[in-house]
Design a protein. Structure first.
Length: 420
């Protein structure tokens, strides 16, 4: 019978990839926790309308990339393409805003986008996601960006660059839209891709985000949003930058950074790496005042970001896998139960290791201990069984000593010593 394979763009994660995920999750819990973030877990499946209304009908994510299907009763459901919409839905639905004025929530897990798979781009991928809700002040933006930068620093990833922009607000953006539309109308529009010819009327900002090289070249001289900010947005942006400068977080201003989702206003940012090819953004985020109201909640402001875990995993410095403390090598079938019980006693004492399931020759047991990477090998042969001892062999030095099995604490001490 033929074997069943996984779906294209989905991955099975074995060590060291699964270990890399765990490292990122632990670092995230630690760093975000120190900033007052609490974990939230939301469903993977949501009503399609949630994403259409928040991410924006005109975005690639909603138009082309969502895993959307009717359930058995014909309701349209979507596998979350990102975490923000679900977190905000939960915030509104559970009236979290009524209990606390500022909420700091983080979450991580799988997201789904039907994109063309390539290095750093999967159809199921994982995000680490933070949302800071209820604070409109620029210092909230700054704290979020500095925290992201510190988090990436904790992971030890070299050569990352932070790009920063302000997208203005509902006050100043309409005038910018007009300036941009006028600029786009003056171009040879036939040279724009089909998507951009539509976007220039429906959502002109999206044209700045187009990855098609001809479109990119055509918008080189487009007006810059940062030249059109209202006084409020300009002050806000300046205050954010003041904190980043003070915290020595280096960034470049990128007026073309519009992000792929429609909900952003004011501060937006991305962290990019030159080391993973075309899919260079390892994290991105920004402010989305107005979105919570758009989802039926109060007019509460918000800002957040998400890191792409697969992309970060490509950049994580390797670490030595943890080695087990012991391997119990059973040389005589009569010793299998004693070996199992000894291993259990050692684990109960806080050590880690395994015991053979079958008695084998000394040579093959030593090979197994070596393969497991054990620091100490415990030998249980006929002689040891007869007198109630176990031989503890230090795998690094080859030195060995015999210890009574009657006192597990003593065996544990000897294993610890041999394991160094
Ligand atoms: P995003 O820029 O769409 O933002 O995604 C954030 C990160 O997820 C990207 O920078 C990238 O590292 C990773 N990513 C996206 N698509 C893929 C993919 N197909 N394969 C692998 N990694 C991918 C958001 O999702 C926003 N919700 C971020 C946010 C939170 N803004 C405010 N709060």
């Amino acid at each position: 019978m033929s074997a069943i394979t996984k779906i294209k763009g989905f991955a099975d994660l074995f060590p060291p990839d699964s270990t890399a995920m765990l490292r990122m999750e632990s670092a995230a819990r630690e760093v975000f926790g120190r900033h007052g973030y609490q974990e939230i877990r939301t469903p993977i499946l949501e009503k399609t309308e949630l994403f259409a209304r928040s991410i924006g009908e005109e975005t690639d994510v909603v138009q082309k990339e969502m895993y959307t299907f009717p359930d058995r009763k014909g309701r349209s459901l979507t596998m979350r393409p990102e975490a923000t919409a679900g977190v905000l839905r939960a915030y509104v639905e559970n009236k979290v805003y009524a209990r606390e004025t500022v909420s700091k929530l983080f979450t991580f897990g799988p997201m789904f986008r039907y994109e063309r798979p390539q290095k750093g781009r999967m159809r199921q991928f994982h995000q680490l996601n933070c949302e800071l809700l209820g604070a409109e002040e620029p210092h909230a933006d700054a704290e979020v960006v500095v925290m992201l930068w510190d988090f990436l620093g904790t992971l030890g990833i070299p050569d990352l660059a932070l790009e920063l922009n302000s997208l203005g607000c509902r006050e100043c953006r309409p005038a910018y839209h007009e300036a941009l539309k006028a600029f786009l109308a003056g171009l040879d529009t036939d040279a724009l891709c089909e998507d951009c010819r539509r976007r220039m009327h429906t959502n002109p900002l999206r044209v700045l985000d187009c990855k098609v090289p001809t479109c990119k070249a055509l918008v080189e001289d487009a007006p810059k949003i940062t030249d059109h900010l209202c006084a409020g947005c300009a002050d806000h942006f300046a205050a954010v930058r003041e904190v980043l400068d003070g915290a020595n977080v280096a960034y470049t201003l990128n007026p073309r950074l519009v992000r792929g989702l429609d909900y952003y206003v004011r501060t937006t940012f991305e962290v990019v790496s030159g080391a993973i090819g075309a899919q260079s953004a390892v994290a991105g985020g920004g402010r989305y005042d107005g979105l919570i109201a758009q989802l039926g909640g109060p007019d509460a402001p918000g800002i957040g970001f998400a890191c792409g875990m697969e992309r970060l995993a490509l950049l994580l410095p390797p670490v030595q896998a943890a080695r087990p403390d012991f391997y119990v090598a059973v040389l005589d079938p009569a010793g299998l139960t004693a070996g199992m019980l000894l291993a259990k006693g050692l684990r109960d004492a806080g050590l880690g290791g395994e015991c053979a399931f079958a008695a084998k020759s000394m040579k093959s047991q030593m090979r197994a201990a070596d393969k497991a990477g054990a620091r100490a090998c415990l030998l249980l042969g006929g002689d040891e069984l007869a007198v109630g001892t176990v031989v503890i062999k230090n795998m690094a030095t080859g030195g060995q000593r015999s210890v009574s099995r009657a006192d597990v604490a003593e065996v544990a001490r000897a294993v610890r010593e041999a394991a160094g």
